[in-house]
Design a protein around this ligand. Sequence first.
Ligand code: PMP
Length: 415
Amino acid sequence: MTQPQQDLQDTIAVSDYRQDFPLLQQEVNGHPLVYLDSAASAQQPASVMDAVAQYERTDHANVHRGVHSLSHRATDAYEQARDKLRAFINAESRSEIVLTSGTTESINLVAQSYCRPRIGSGDRILITHLEHHSNIVPWQLVCEQTGAELLVAPMDSRGQLVLEKLYELMTDKVKILAIGHVSNALGTIHPLREIIARAHALGIPVLVDGAQGVPHMAIDVQDLDCDFYAFSGHKMFGPTGTGVLYARECLLETMPPYQGGGDMILEVSFEGTTYNDLPYKFEAGTPNIAGVIGMGAAVDYLQSVGLANIAEHEQQLLDYMTRRLTEIDGIRLIGTAANKASIQSFMLDDIHSHDLGTILDHQGVAIRTGHHCAMPVMDYFGIPGTARASLALYNNADDVDRLVDALEQAKKLFA
Ligand code: PMP
């Protein structure tokens, strides 16, 4: 097996955090597992699994409504997770942390509850060419419902936003800008602070799809000055079916509920209903209590490692992976932006990405293949899909070397 270069030996050859993740300690198809699909769903540290298991074993009851001890314990643990999430992204108030099932629900909530009531024919919604389907389709639905028009800011051949064009599209007709923090297909990091400042100068509110931002860098929503920030628990080492919508309190106050049901009300009669306070007005029904407690434990874990340490480790590893992949004859890197996080898409010779994924799996290397829920990005490059390797703090240079070796094997098979 190829050895990582000496200068990288001390920094990225070993990940100190790997042993925290039980799932990674296994063989797949007779080889030690190399997991390079964290952008789709990251693995969980034992501390997250333990927090969920402890809640299920000793504290489970429904939240908010019970007077008995278990319900108090469940409510405390659930609400503590909200406090952790508030601190994690530096929101001003816990009222601004709406717990959802994930990024997808968070964006749909904003589309239907914020955007739809205040937009009409002649108005515009602005997105970019790099968005995940979750940040495209909810806006198309609002356009269908209201007669508004969807505008798409273009990207260049490296997968970077063409900022001048984005700014040209920002006019007083645009009622919201919805933009990803990091592209899940290409890894591009957008210059959000600059973009948000430009949008605000024209009075345009900004929603950030942070699904791929939160796991890789420290997020400060007040510093970003965004109006909405959506993210998912399972991309940041937490359980699936959990997520957050951060929204400015003054905006949430003006928004009607997204769904009706238990917990989002103060009083119900057949004559009418008064809604609960923020953020509960947007949390109808029994939530994913165990999952949210697990997401709180994921925040503890991320903070114990330190987002700056994570970002540095992943950046060095991404540089190494890019360099190693470039050395392979017949490789075509898709997405070569100057500012990137943890993701590299590529194609190898004319091998179909699904074939490549299957061959790598036989060698214990898990990557993602296909359109990555970003079909317009694939259309831009004129391809049906890519192979995508995505990194997390538990990956190391050995994983990259195993990926490169497996790709060399695939080349031989198709030669
Ligand atoms: N946006 C981006 C950029 C993503 O990568 C994903 C998940 N692949 C989503 C949105 C949707 O997240 P979820 O399925 O957790 O709601």
